[in-house]
Ligand binder design. Structure first.
Ligand SMILES: Cc1ncc(COP(=O)(O)O)c(C=O)c1O
Length: 363
């Protein structure tokens, strides 16, 4: 009964802004993994492509399949899978594949277009630094024999959202060394890419030939305190399904962890942790009813939570904004993340499958 309203104009604005920062040197990949960070992959993919993104980035081959099944023909890169995945499908459907281990390179289907991922310091995915020289030598050999095509070399930043973090300069240096090692082996692919959202905003040296925009596309500023001018795309809203006046001393929700201290109005919101409202928001978070912020009273349950509306006049069916753009009284997704002790990515991707996504666009 909650609804996630996605402002596609905001997504388009953010895409244009980010692509503008990258241009003219670099093109822009829109990272639409995890159902476009919970916003709905197909409407978002169509919007970003119309607004200037030229590539789409996903994790799994199944996510790439969803794009191709919907008739989206733009270049796609997929980057997370085991060695036994259906690489032949990817080749048949023009989906580029990341290679992060020597074993993946050997498992690639004939004709694959690959982006070799080097671990420059994140220590997550990517070819281990010690394996890089032999991997690029082998990839160059396979390319010479026509077995595959190396279209890209790439890596991922660990801490570009933390300006001044020394890891950024070290990763830039490593990436440059990795490119030199590859060039010596005969590989100078057209797409070198390193920057995520924070890199796009704050580290021009990371832009290379393509940038990969994730969080910022959805309107969350990637660096705290730095305003790039993004617009938050998702509003999570619901309607009051029960309203009751209660006296002081009333215990609210499971275990009565909230007890009223006055006559007040309790409003029931039909969204719970199954919908992505973190339980950590119990007795901690807030929502907006009209132009007022109202605290969450007591435990967030699986399907519902209660809000203390004080003396605000609330009727059954009134709109409640759980989080949104932050133009009015509503909390932002960043505030929700702070209350829940997590990041905005987890809040956005955690919005449950039973919450319908609806779309607004004035175009
Ligand atoms: C490999 C890779 N590149 C780019 C991104 C986009 O990162 P951000 O959301 O910080 O822009 C992600 C997302 O986590 C990623 O996994």
């Amino acid at each position: 009964m909650a609804e996630a309203v996605v402002d596609l104009d905001a997504v388009a604005h953010n895409t244009r802004l980010l692509a503008g920062l990258a241009a003219p040197r670099a093109e822009t990949m829109a990272v639409v993994k995890a159902d476009a960070f919970g916003h709905g992959v197909l409407p978002v993919a169509r919007t970003v492509l119309a607004a200037g993104a030229t590539w789409l980035g996903v994790t799994s081959i199944a996510e790439a399949r969803r794009l191709r099944d919907a008739g989206i023909t733009a270049p796609v890169l997929a980057w997370l899978y085991g060695t036994g995945d259906d690489f032949a499908w990817a080749v048949r459907h023009d989906v580029d594949l990341s290679v992060s281990t020597p074993q993946h390179l050997e498992a690639m289907a004939p004709g694959a277009a690959v982006h070799l991922k080097v671990d420059t310091g994140l220590t997550r995915n990517g070819v281990a630094w010690s394996d890089w020289p032999s991997l690029v030598a082998r990839a160059a050999d396979l390319e010479r024999r026509g077995a595959l095509m190396v279209r890209g070399i790439w890596s991922h930043l660990a801490a570009a959202d933390d300006p001044g973090n020394p890891s950024v300069a070290l990763q830039l240096e490593r990436f440059s060394d990795a490119l030199a090692i590859a060039a010596k082996a005969g590989l100078e692919p057209p797409l070198r890419h390193l920057a995520n959202s924070a890199g796009i905003v704050d580290v021009p040296a990371s832009h290379y030939d393509m940038v990969r925009a994730g969080l910022a596309l959805y309107g969350v500023e990637p660096i705290e305190g730095v305003v790039a001018g993004l617009r938050r795309a998702m509003t999570l809203r619901a309607r009051a399904v029960n309203v009751k006046r209660v006296p002081p001393g009333t215990g609210v929700s499971y275990l009565h962890q909230y007890v009223t201290d006055r006559d007040t109005t309790m409003v029931l919101v039909p969204a719970g942790y199954a919908d992505g409202v973190p339980r950590q928001l119990s007795n901690r978070g807030a929502v907006a009813i009209g132009d007022r912020r109202c605290p969450i009273a007591g435990r967030v349950a699986m399907d519902q939570f209660v809000v203390d509306a004080g003396d605000l006049s609330v009727a059954l069916g009134d709109e409640i904004v759980l989080f949104g753009p932050g133009d009015g009284a509503e909390p932002t997704v960043e505030e929700w993340a702070a209350w829940a002790g997590t990041n905005p990515h987890e809040i956005l991707t955690g919005i449950g499958a039973r919450v319908p996504r609806t779309y607004t666009s004035v175009r």
